[in-house]
Unconditional design. Structure first.
Length: 95
């Protein structure tokens, strides 16, 4: 296992999956499967594909940590959900 290479690939794979999922929406600024006058701004916004890469990388790191048996080893117990974070921004795409 090479975590550096794995995270590089997982980031790219997340972007690749995003492009595959929203391919028809990424062909122009206006016009998609929902209608010829529907805008595509939320699909071609680079922050969306970057977010998909980040989410995929986190999933891969979780798998790496589990494979290396280095989760919950500090005796701190289960990690609770953080309460001081903002929800996904309004109108964002599900990743």
């Amino acid at each position: 296992m090479n975590i550096d290479t794995d995270t590089q690939w997982s980031y790219w794979e997340g972007i690749k999956k995003f492009e595959s999922k929203y391919h028809d929406y990424l062909q122009g600024q206006i016009g998609n499967p929902e209608g010829p006058t529907k805008p595509n701004k939320k699909y071609y916004d680079p922050r969306e594909s970057m977010r998909a890469g980040e989410v995929n990388t986190v999933e891969r790191l979780d798998q790496c940590f589990a494979d290396l048996k280095c989760t919950n080893i500090l005796g701190l117990g289960e990690v609770s959900e953080p309460s001081n974070v903002l929800e996904p921004r309004r109108g964002g795409l599900p990743v």
